[in-house]
Design a protein around this ligand. Sequence first.
Ligand SMILES: [Zn+2]
Ligand SMILES: [Zn+2]
Length: 291
Amino acid sequence: MDALGTIRKFKEILPLICDAETSADPKGWTPDNPLWGHCAVVSLIAQNLFGGELLRVSLEDTKFANMKSHYWNRLIGGREIDFTEDQFCGERPQGLTPVVRARSYPLSHDATKKRYKLLAWRLAKALNQENALFEDDIYRACFNAALDSSCQKFWVGCVITNCSGMIYRGCNKILEPLKYFCDPKCIRFSIQSRTESMIGACGHAEEFAIWEMVRRKIPLSECEFYAAGFFTDFMPYNKKYPEFTCLRCASQIYLAGVKTVYVPFEGRWVGLTAEECVKQAAAYATKEKAA
Ligand SMILES: [Zn+2]
Ligand SMILES: [Zn+2]
């Protein structure tokens, strides 16, 4: 990752973006202990940034029993690091044996997932202060949707608006019959981006969006699509040109007769017609242009 290359920088930024709203214990949270109640969400985010494993212990029978559990990280190479250690004010329970937990374990709690997404948004925003889209509600909805993606490589959030406002939020997701394409490692890591768009385990965010509109019988000619990409460390994908670059989606957007497609470019949304999307994406598919 570029903006947040070091553990030190992550540690510096954390107290600035944590508050009662992102704490598991909003009533017990105080400004002098900003990391209080943040172990699960911070450890999840740290895993996005630095990889490695999520460690958990039960806090039953400790002074902090009301917090139920504590999470920290084991980095690649084995070093353990507890980004929210300071919340215990020097009294971190010692001698507890942790177990490795999958991300799905803490994220299965809706409240935790909500706090995780909020904290991730604040982190991305803090690191992209020059990007005006971080003040935009639709962009934020794209970000929130993108964080539900099951893709190992890249997350896309897609929002649809029509005269009734925001009517859909979704993301790219693994298609069950193609799951083996990313087991254990996503096949897309070895394919040039924007090419061979049919090869991959994921259905694209825009495809799910189109089919959902068909199911709901909402005319696509009245729909405006917004699609924004994010890396798995929450950083936005910044396009070199204000263009749509996926031929797989562009063809379907064209056939579905989608009114307008908006892509993020230099801090704003740029609107494209379906025909423009197809023409632009074709140049990437043939490698005339590279992303
Ligand atoms: Zn994928
Ligand atoms: Zn696509």
